[in-house]
Design a protein around this ligand. Structure first.
Ligand code: NAP
Length: 298
């Protein structure tokens, strides 16, 4: 019989991920801090609980999809949290992007309580969550990974076991470095080219066809060209992720000089009141420095 799935955190990512599981035929029990978002999904195969503890009390596998380390720590190990209600033999799968140190600590707390935990952060954005094509990087035991594999296959396409507890979060930090630095590079190129008089769409066309081509230029083309920065993935979440990457760099003795600069760019954007914009709005920081909005003549 298919395992019953608990799902906590039904935001931009969690809601479509949970919906895909329901549509795949799984029975779900849902919790969201703002109850209305859970009620939107409720139906024949999905019920709404009043706390993470209550979710855990009736699920075989509990998935969490929350913003940051303190949120996951509270929902998993805090009052009325998952570990208070969890059933023997259950599996907890945290799919949020959080600190590898916190991921390892929570996996240890779960183990002490007699249950298993995986860290399984994702990449692929809201579109990947809706389409069920996320890339999922998983830390934890091989056995637990195999147990969760069928669920991962509903939510994602590239599913990789990358190591022991915390390893999924380490790989996610690597991913977030490359994404942030690529946004910065594309933004600098677009502002330079545009202020020098070249049409931004032509710059993207040409760069896409050569070694400089990348998925950000492809998927975020319209965001850049139309200055449409509704999230997507919020600047404040990406700032959180570079903080995780920089802390990991410090822990392992790895200098990340350009990551540190882009981290400061994100911090400046937050201070400018753009923390809730999509991360493609890094473009606006470079535009501000150049006193030039792309596509508006030099
Ligand atoms: P989001 O839209 O802000 O959703 C966060 C969810 O967590 C909401 O349901 C929120 O409840 C709930 N929540 C927040 N704080 C909580 C707390 N202290 N206790 C209980 N529930 C709490 O965020 P998201 O974009 O889905 O991102 C979720 C995670 O996925 C993050 O770690 C992010 O870095 C990662 N991620 C996001 C993307 C993306 O493109 N968005 C891509 C890859 C990975 P309310 O409804 O009450 O606010």
């Amino acid at each position: 019989m298919a395992e019953k799935v608990g799902f906590v955190g039904l935001g931009i990512m969690g809601q479509p991920m949970a919906r895909n599981l329901i549509e795949a035929g799984y029975e779900l029990v849902l919790f969201n801090r703002t109850k209305g978002k859970a009620e939107e999904l409720a139906g024949d195969n999905a019920t709404v609980a009043d706390s993470p503890k209550e979710v855990a009390g009736s699920a075989d596998v509990v998935i969490t999809m929350l913003p940051d380390s303190p949120d996951v720590a509270r929902v998993v190990a805090g009052e009325d949290g998952v570990l208070e209600g969890v059933r023997e033999g259950a599996l907890i799968v945290d799919m949020s992007t959080i600190s590898p140190v916190v991921a390892r600590d929570l996996a240890e707390k779960a183990r002490e309580r007699g249950v298993s935990m995986l860290d399984a952060p994702v990449s692929g954005g809201d579109v990947g969550a809706i389409q069920g094509t996320l890339s999922i990087m998983v830390g934890g035991s091989e056995e637990d990974f195999e147990r969760a594999r069928q669920l991962f296959e509903v939510m994602g396409k590239t599913i990789t076991h990358v190591g022991e507890a915390g390893a999924g979060q380490v790989v996610k930090a690597c991913n977030q470095i490359v994404v942030a630095l690529t946004y910065e590079a594309v933004s600098e190129a677009l502002v330079l080219g545009s202020k020098a008089g070249v049409e931004p769409s032509k710059i993207l066309d040409v760069l896409s066809g050569g070694l400089a081509g990348n998925r950000i230029m492809e998927l975020k083309r319209d965001n850049f060209l139309n200055h449409s920065f509704d999230p997507g993935f919020r600047i404040e979440l990406h700032a959180k992720d570079l903080g995780i990457a920089l802390a990991a760099g410090r822990e392992y003795g790895v200098a990340l000089p350009v990551t540190a600069i882009v981290d400061q760019v994100l911090e400046a954007l937050k201070a400018k009141g753009r923390g809730d914009r999509d991360h493609s709005a890094i473009l606006t920081y470079i535009e501000d420095l150049a006193q030039h909005r792309i596509g508006e003549g030099s």
